[in-house]
Design a protein around this ligand. Structure first.
Ligand SMILES: NC(=O)c1ccc[n+]([C@@H]2O[C@H](COP(=O)([O-])OP(=O)(O)OC[C@H]3O[C@@H](n4cnc5c(N)ncnc54)[C@H](OP(=O)(O)O)[C@@H]3O)[C@@H](O)[C@H]2O)c1
Length: 246
């Protein structure tokens, strides 16, 4: 049976993930702020724990991720935790180091965006053309100037978004060519502008609702629990690329 320990379950995204995971038959256990320090109970070798394949899905805030990391560094989760899927961004250097350390005993996927459309856009930018160059390299060779713009709701704390940074890296766009807008309740929009002379291309991903992130997160968990991941740190695209080869 599949079990999801969900941190951030009371939040906007957490509520969507909980519903999507339960629809797929997961036993969803919401872990609130004060439950994280007791997380070891899910990894002790009991008969009940042994019937589950377990993933932790973390859609809290970096402080929540830090609390989980502080517990997991102390635990032996080699055989009891199938993966820790982290959907938070804006981690400190110290937290990043802890996450790396934990990934030697538990597969970890760091995903700034659970959307399958954003994964596809990233792959598109990195895809090799018949010239042997990537799409992004070819665009530059053809004289296109590239820039990225992203828009999110006013509650979003970090700017540019983690997704903007990931897409900019894939397209070779420097940080001074990324612009961010925080307005109203926009779920998320990312556009890559390719401009040259009198012509322009726009590659745009629009998130119409948080459900797409929830469905993407559950789809990722399904693939991990079906095929398994190595014990190391993955980005969303690394993980999906490995899992979709299986
Ligand atoms: N990867 C993706 O595709 C993706 C997409 C959208 C958002 N996100 C990320 O997902 C996270 C949640 O977004 P949201 O819009 O759902 O935010 P939200 O509605 O503000 O929810 C935040 C959740 O985190 C919990 N939380 C906050 N601080 C915590 C702590 N120190 N320890 C444990 N839990 C804590 C909150 O619990 P309380 O009820 O106790 O406050 C709440 O359940 C953010 O980090 C956001 O950047 C990721």
């Amino acid at each position: 049976m599949n079990r999801m320990l969900l941190v951030g379950a009371s939040g906007r995204l957490g509520r969507e993930i909980s519903a999507a995971a339960q629809e797929k038959g997961y036993s969803v256990i919401p872990l609130g702020r004060n439950d994280i320090e007791n997380i070891s109970e899910f990894f002790t070798p009991t008969k009940e724990n042994s019937i589950f394949k377990t993933v932790i899905v973390d859609v809290s805030l970096p402080e929540g991720t830090e609390k989980i990391a502080d517990q997991l560094v102390k635990l032996d989760t080699k055989h009891t935790l199938n993966a820790w899927v982290i959907g938070t961004t804006g981690h400190s250097e110290e937290l990043t180091q802890k996450i790396k350390m934990i990934s030697s005993k538990t597969p970890i996927v760091l995903s700034s965006n659970f959307s399958r459309g954003v994964f596809f856009l990233e792959e598109l930018l990195k895809a090799k053309t018949v010239t042997g160059k990537t799409v992004a390299e070819l665009a530059k060779q053809l004289g296109f100037d590239l820039a990225l713009w992203e828009s999110h709701h006013t509650m979003k704390k970090d700017a540019p978004s983690g997704t903007a940074k990931t897409l900019a890296l894939a397209a070779g766009i420097s940080s001074d060519k990324i612009s961010s807008t925080r307005v109203g309740s926009v779920v998320g929009e990312h556009s890559i502008f390719l401009s040259q002379g009198a012509e322009e291309l726009r590659l745009t991903h629009v998130a119409h609702s948080r459900k797409l992130f929830a469905d993407g997160a559950v789809d990722l968990c399904e693939r991990i629990l079906k095929h398994g991941l190595d014990k190391r740190l993955f980005t969303m695209s690394d993980a999906l690329n490995q899992l979709m080869r299986s």
